[in-house]
Design a protein around this ligand. Structure first.
Ligand SMILES: Nc1ncnc2c1ncn2[C@@H]1O[C@H](COP(=O)(O)OP(=O)(O)O)[C@@H](O)[C@H]1O
Ligand SMILES: [Mg+2]
Length: 269
């Protein structure tokens, strides 16, 4: 089975698409194995970032989800929807479609996972899922995840949706790759704000089970505001941050390995 990393938050504009895209680029350059970025946002952020203007005839994740919902086998749709990102030999994208909203809120949470599994991607494939903000889509994304990465800007308005996103992550029993503070400055209140979050993760009986961390901050960077970076090599200045994320996700003591060992301990004991 593939390893699926879902980048999500019920709040928009927190850096989900930027983080998912940077992670996809980072992985593409650090691994020989294929990286598949799935855009599950009707706003099509990742699709336009990597492919530019939308082709209305292009099959999308929406077509695969609709097929699965209707009881059809989405294998061929997924295979036809998969596009090799120009200039990146091992980076693939499954685009989104603005009509993804037609699916409504009552979609089964496991629909995306079923669709990904039906695509029969190789076991070495890393799937990065970039979600929109609708509850149904976020739930599907989390349900399909082996680990959840939650970007967050440091503002009051972000607290509640981020808490709710963490709650969904606990509901689906998924490990938290981390909370990634984005568009950050160097102010003292920002450090305090992040200390508060780490304490909340460590001390809440419910959130503690996520084993989550606050990842290093993504600073405000002019180079990220427009999407030109997506066509270039991974930007060097973000390497230390993504090294931390990579090690936590895929390193020797990776999150999934830890989780599996913990599960074994429980079942053996
Ligand atoms: N670290 C950053 N510095 C400056 N601008 C950023 C940074 N991260 C994201 N942005 C910009 O903020 C906006 C929202 O980011 P985006 O990744 O699209 O968020 P989301 O997918 O959560 O809606 C975009 O215009 C993006 O270019
Ligand atoms: Mg987005």
């Amino acid at each position: 089975m593939t390893t699926n990393v879902t980048v999500t938050n019920l709040k928009g504009g927190v850096g989900k698409t930027t983080t998912a895209g940077l992670m996809a680029l980072f992985l593409t350059e650090h691994r020989k194995d294929p990286v598949v970025l799935i855009d599950v946002d009707p706003q099509c952020g990742s699709t336009s970032l990597f492919l530019g203007a939308n082709d209305p005839h292009q099959l999308s994740i929406k077509d695969a989800l609709v097929a699965a919902l209707e009881g059809a086998e989405p294998f061929e749709i997924m295979r036809d929807a998969l596009i090799n990102v120009p200039g990146k030999s091992n980076l693939f994208l499954i685009p989104s479609d603005k009509r993804l909203t037609d699916l409504g809120s009552g979609i089964p949470a496991n629909l995306l996972l079923n669709v990904i599994q039906s695509a029969e991607l190789s076991d070495e494939t890393i799937v990065i899922i970039d979600t929109g903000t609708a509850q149904g889509v976020v739930s599907m994304g989390i349900c399909a995840a082996d680990m959840v990465l939650i970007p967050m800007t440091l503002s009051k308005q972000t607290i509640k949706p981020t808490m709710n996103t963490l709650s969904l992550t606990t509901q689906f029993h998924k490990p938290l790759l981390g909370i990634l503070p984005t568009v950050c400055g160097e102010a003292q209140w920002e450090s305090k704000f992040l200390d508060y979050w780490q304490t909340t993760l460590d001390e809440s009986p419910r959130l503690k089970q996520l084993s989550g961390v606050i990842l290093p901050r993504m600073p405000y960077s002019k180079s990220l505001i427009r999407g030109a970076w997506a066509k270039m090599p991974f930007p060097e200045n973000f390497e230390p941050i993504f090294d931390v994320i990579y090690t936590r996700a895929f390193g020797k003591n990776a999150l999934t390995t830890l989780r599996i060992m913990k599960t074994l301990e429980v079942s053996n004991g």
